[in-house]
Design a protein around this ligand. Structure first.
Ligand code: UDP
Length: 322
């Protein structure tokens, strides 16, 4: 990616956002991070404090953007709660982040000729009736269910992006991210990998919701970040699935976590949450052909690295100034 202008990352203090900031700074870019810290943490950015190429503002993306962003030429839009446990407690804020927040970023991008990459989600496919999910599939989403604040918010964000591209020529990219995991997931985030790893390390029962035969396809954070950057520098039209196409049942994930951590925790079964998708696996043909991207880190290796970090959450070394 060329380093003309600087890069705005919204949701910079989150799991993916903080890894993205690290990568962009390490590649020699100037980065402005914003985050309202509703789910993110400045701990994830502590090693960047004082770095000459990095600035950070605590800011809610649903409010008018802060000053000082005049040199921005690229925007990574990541600000939105992503954990079902959290977003279901804050459905209004979740919708506003993806609608009002993304609308403001699109206006900003249009005025400055900047490129906006919107991080959408596999949730736009809902509980899919097509498997694996390719970008042409329209999805199967409950528009008023507990997950709808996230799913419909992200669907509206996509619609806004394409509307602005059609009507104003705004430069957009849309990534549909499937489940991503790795160091810096919040231990209390409620998602399956962070739950299982923290439970296994603490020697308490692993909580499986439903019968554990539902599937997900887990992409290690490093691969996800590679995919986002490849998409930003591409000229791809239309949304692109970014995810790992290797599908696992939740029971398999529990078994792998127990094996990798050497934990003797037992497995407890709990009722399945409403509208929990039964299966999910990306078709990444488009990303492979058009971005020359595919994930490289298998679940086994990714879980090993994730468990090592949860056991000893070391601060990350500060990238060198460019
Ligand atoms: N899940 C589980 N136990 C947990 C957390 C999640 O069995 O402690 C299941 C959840 O019901 C879902 C899958 O794991 O079927 C992935 O859930 P997660 O919240 O990580 O992400 P989602 O893909 O549902 O957004």
């Amino acid at each position: 990616m060329t380093s003309d202008g600087s890069i705005l990352v919204t949701g910079a203090a989150g799991f993916l956002g903080s890894h993205l900031c690290d990568r962009l700074i390490a590649e020699g870019h100037r980065v402005h991070g914003i985050d309202d810290l509703s789910t993110g943490s400045t701990r994830h950015l502590a090693h960047l404090r004082g770095h000459p190429a990095f600035s950070f503002t605590v800011h809610d993306i649903a409010r008018p953007l802060p000053p000082g962003l005049d040199d921005v030429t690229r925007i990574f839009s990541l600000a939105c709660p992503a954990s079902p446990a959290y977003y279901q407690q804050h459905p209004v804020q979740t919708l506003l982040a993806s609608t009002h927040g993304v609308w403001q970023l699109l206006e900003f991008a249009r005025e400055r000729g900047a490129t906006l990459l919107q991080t959408s989600t596999s949730e736009v496919y809902g509980d899919p009736q097509v498997h694996p999910q390719h970008e042409g599939y329209w999805g199967h989403v409950n528009p008023i269910g507990l997950r709808s604040c996230y799913d419909e918010g992200k669907r509206c964000a996509e619609s806004l992006c394409f509307a602005c591209e059609r009507q104003y020529g705004t430069r957009i990219r849309v990534a549909r991210l499937f489940n991503s995991y790795g160091p810096r997931l919040r231990p209390d985030d409620g998602r399956v990998v962070s739950n299982f790893v923290t439970q296994a390390l603490a020697g308490v029962p692993l909580t499986i919701y439903g019968n554990g035969l539902q599937t997900r396809s887990f992409c290690y954070v490093e691969d996800t970040i590679d995919g986002l950057i490849a998409l930003m520098v591409s000229s791809v039209q239309g949304p692109v699935n970014i995810g790992n196409p290797t599908e696992h049942t939740i029971l398999e994930v529990a078994d792998q976590v127990l094996r990798l951590t050497g934990s003797r925790s037992r497995i407890d079964f709990h009722p399945a949450p409403p509208d929990d998708p039964v299966r999910r696996r990306p078709d990444i043909t488009r990303a492979k052909h058009e971005l020359h991207w595919q994930p490289r880190i298998a679940l086994d290796e990714g879980l090993r690295r994730t468990a090592a970090w949860f056991a000893h959450p070391m601060p990350v070394a500060a990238p060198k100034a460019a």
